[in-house]
Design a protein around this ligand. Structure first.
Ligand code: AMP
Length: 275
């Protein structure tokens, strides 16, 4: 497994590659969710490149950029075991050699990026689009593999590829969960034991909501959010939207998806479930 820290080495490897390449971008601290995407990528391309980079551009002020878990040695061992072909682990001087203050940014489509998480994390999706556009130009994969765990991010990036005519196919793999339903996330490690035992209620609520075909989404959301709040889970948003373009839907119907962001103590968790 090749490990590249700088762009020249990555480009040299890329130029010598025969066959198709899939890119799986990550921020590291890898778990079974990330590894499931590596396996999906392996079924769809001849070579798999995983990037590991905690992108400062997508974190807002007061968010967990400094605290975000960095576990490179364990990550590399897991990727080696998974049979990954190459890893790209740039640092800030490779990704943003002229700094971040005066950078050309990729501005995502408003209809997708100003709702849900975008309404609560200004600049987040511009940071995501910018770093992923750079990674795509650097590695030139035919396939970009993302997780449904971050469903809005998947749709924002897919639309970026379309709007900017990027020659890459964007696919998403299903959310991997703990046995009790909690979506796997690097941020789960911030949870106290009490918070961890409450956290599965988030997925349980979504699953129940997804079964209420034909009901008015806003009414269902209000009562589900009230139950979560009563249990000690602060709901940031709980909304039913169309999977393809994230427009709000008034009735629970096929083609829609429930989206939630909630806080347990200081930890912000997101999840989503399709109908
Ligand atoms: P992250 O390292 O959190 O930026 O995530 C990197 C990629 O892994 C993104 O495409 C995520 O959507 C995906 N991912 C994160 N958690 C999961 C999960 N539990 N199941 C599937 N994919 C995931």
């Amino acid at each position: 497994m090749a490990v590249f820290r700088d762009l020249a080495a990555l480009r040299h490897w890329r130029q010598g590659l025969r066959g198709s390449l899939a890119l799986v971008p990550t921020m590291g601290n890898l778990h079974e969710g990330h590894l499931s995407l590596v396996r999906l990528a392996q079924t769809r391309a001849d070579h798999v490149l995983v990037s590991i980079y905690v992108n400062p551009l997508q974190f807002g002020r007061g968010e967990d950029f400094a605290a975000y878990p960095r576990t490179l040695d364990q990550d590399l061992a897991k990727l080696q075991e998974a049979g990954c072909n190459a890893i790209f682990t740039p640092d800030d001087s490779v990704m943003y050699p002229r700094g971040k203050r005066d950078l050309s940014l990729v501005m995502p489509a408003r209809s997708l990026s100003k709702v849900l998480c975008g309404a609560h994390r200004p600049g987040h999706f511009a940071g995501v689009c910018t770093v992923v556009a750079k990674l795509l130009h650097m590695s030139q994969p035919q396939l970009l593999v993302l997780g449904e765990k971050d469903y809005q991010q998947y749709r924002v990036l897919q639309r970026m590829a379309t709007d900017l005519d990027l020659p890459v196919q964007v696919v998403a793999g299903p959310t991997q969960r703990a046995a009790d339903g909690l979506a796997l996330s690097s941020r789960n490690r911030y949870l106290s034991p009490d918070e961890r035992s409450l956290a599965p209620r988030i997925f349980a609520a979504l699953r129940e909501l997804a079964q209420s075909h034909g009901a008015m989404a806003a009414d269902l959301a209000a009562s589900a959010a009230a139950s979560l709040v009563q249990a000690g889970i602060a709901v940031e948003y709980l909304e039913f939207r169309a999977e393809d373009d994230l427009r709000a839907l008034s009735r629970v119907e096929a083609g829609g998806r429930w989206f939630i962001a909630a806080r347990l103590g200081g930890t912000r968790l997101i999840d989503n479930v399709g109908v």
